[in-house]
Design a protein around this ligand. Structure first.
Ligand SMILES: Cc1cc2nc3c(=O)[nH]c(=O)nc-3n(C[C@H](O)[C@H](O)[C@H](O)COP(=O)(O)OP(=O)(O)OC[C@H]3O[C@@H](n4cnc5c(N)ncnc54)[C@H](O)[C@@H]3O)c2cc1C
Length: 461
């Protein structure tokens, strides 16, 4: 029997596309071939921080036929994928191979060196957690690096973040926010060095530290490399499909070959490789619909970055610069920084650091490109649209997206609560809200409370 759809990669995008196809057409034969069991990769930060355990982050098996195997090659002429156990024929194949950690060209930097780890999968996470190091260096001050650093500091490890960029998270933050964030991290036991070029890794038998361009040596027993992700494109490239940064796909998530789709961290759509779960899951839904014959189109995603690090509240979206009207507030001593960038009456970008109480409203304005209300202060500090209007979640319009990872609206959550869901866990089971990064769990609990139903003290995520 020829399996109709073969999904390569059992990660967040692969397992989701398989589940979506099975939900649409239960009779369809879907086979998932992946070299890892499926788990919520986003929550590896929580595993490293010790707030979640490995079994907590497992994802349900999306279809009965999931095989733990590496796929070695894609043969488009014969429509088969090759595995060590033999060939698997396909009618349609979905590449969901994700990405691999990028290793910067630094002398002596090799994953073969004991004490040096990347941070991408469960194996990395377990190795970092088991290292027993007293001092660690995290190379890279982006989202991933800072989450790793905060997690290690929470375990009592002395951590230094070495970042080549001009300030922390420069893709999401301006310089002032980067400085406030560095101050907050310092109080949490994470030292940060920015504008720091790494010249060499110290130690040949095992990792002993980093040598920086200024001559400074940062000594440690553990190095976590968090310098970005390179899309895993080898299967597509070797099969002669167009590849730029990622596997090039159209609005249906199809490659140049109509029998081959690509989604998630390995795919490049309209020149963008996202590297985030919300776009990956949106792409999975569109690819599934398209494979099942529905006229779905993916036109791109708007991104909101949330840092998942205990003691650091941060949400950032859109442009970082100052081209437009800037509404800004900084209280460095308290670790608070807020900024709205408004252009043509719409939100072009926003940073909420230290206090994200208005994140729902700000995100909603950004998502919809809606006119920014005249009460700018209310948007930064709450009380919008009128003082005393209630919570952020309560003030959201029904159509607002609450769970960004899964694209779940306020209306869907409220409807679910009114239909009898009694807890965040039940809402999660019925709508998928909170099951991505978990950052919306507080808002979902608020909405549930607003319907008059009891909310359990502990919320998911
Ligand atoms: C620690 C951490 C924290 C993160 N936090 C966030 C966050 O807060 N928000 C957010 O949006 N994103 C976050 N991300 C990114 C997010 O995890 C990814 O965007 C998401 O996992 C992409 O899904 P994917 O299925 O495309 O790739 P993956 O989840 O990487 O899955 C790809 C799978 O394919 C397998 N594979 C590859 N090649 C083959 C082959 N030839 N044969 C068989 N199997 C193969 C891989 O082993 C892997 O299991 C985080 C990532 C990490 C590592």
């Amino acid at each position: 029997v020829i399996p109709d759809v073969v999904v390569v990669g059992n990660g967040m995008a692969g397992s989701r596309v398989a589940a979506e196809i099975a939900a649409r057409e239960p009779e369809r034969r879907v086979t998932v071939l992946g070299d890892e069991p499926a788990y919520n990769r986003v929550l590896l930060s929580a595993v490293l921080a010790g707030t979640a355990r490995e079994p907590d982050i497992a994802l349900a098996r999306p279809v009965p036929d999931v095989r733990l195997t590496r796929v070695l090659a894609l043969d488009r002429t014969r429509r088969v994928v090759r595995t060590p156990a033999g060939e698997v024929p396909y009618g349609t194949v979905v590449l969901a191979t994700g990405g691999e950690p990028r290793l910067p060209p630094v002398t002596g930097l090799s994953t073969d060196l004991p004490g040096l780890h990347t941070f991408r999968d469960l194996t990395d996470c377990a190795a970092i957690g088991a290292s027993g190091a007293r001092r660690a260096v995290v190379l890279g001050g982006g989202l991933l690096g800072l989450e790793a650093a905060r997690g290690l500091a929470g375990r009592g490890v002395e951590v230094t973040v070495v970042h080549a960029g001009p300030h922390l998270m420069e893709r999401q933050l301006d310089a002032a926010a980067g400085r406030v964030l560095a101050g907050t991290l310092d109080l949490l036991g994470v030292r940060t060095l920015v504008g720091a070029d790494t010249v060499a890794v110290l130690g040949t038998d095992r990792f002993r530290g980093l040598l920086l361009a200024g001559g400074e040596r940062v000594h440690a027993e553990l190095l976590v490399v968090a310098c970005g992700v390179r899309p895993s494109v080898a299967l597509a490239r070797d099969a002669g499909l167009p590849v730029r940064a990622g596997v090039v796909v159209d609005d249906r998530l199809r490659t140049a070959d109509p029998h081959v789709y690509a989604i998630g961290d390995c795919a490049e759509h309209r020149g963008r490789v996202y590297g985030l779960v919300a776009p990956a899951w949106e792409q999975a839904a569109v690819a599934a619909a398209s494979i099942c014959g529905a006229p779905a189109r993916y036109t791109g995603s708007t991104l909101v970055t949330r840092l998942k690090a205990a003691g650091v509240e941060l949400a950032a979206m859109g442009e970082v610069g100052d081209a437009g009207e800037v509404v800004q507030f900084a209280d460095t001593a308290r670790g608070t920084y807020k900024k709205l960038l408004i252009r043509d009456g719409r939100l072009a970008g926003a940073i909420l650091l230290g206090d994200v109480s208005t994140v729902g409203l700000v995100t909603q304005l950004y998502d919809r490109g809606a006119p920014v209300p005249p009460d700018r202060l209310g948007l930064l500090f709450g009380g919008w649209p009128a003082a005393g209007a209630g919570t952020d979640a309560a003030a959201l319009p029904d159509g607002a997206t609450v769970c960004r990872c899964n694209g779940v609206s306020k209306a869907a959550i409220v409807t679910c609560a009114r239909a009898g869901a009694r807890s965040v866990t039940e809402i999660a089971a019925r709508t998928r809200a909170t099951t991505g990064c978990g950052g919306c769990a507080g808002q979902v609990a608020e909405l549930l409370a607003g319907t008059g139903e009891p909310v359990p003290a502990r919320v998911a995520g």
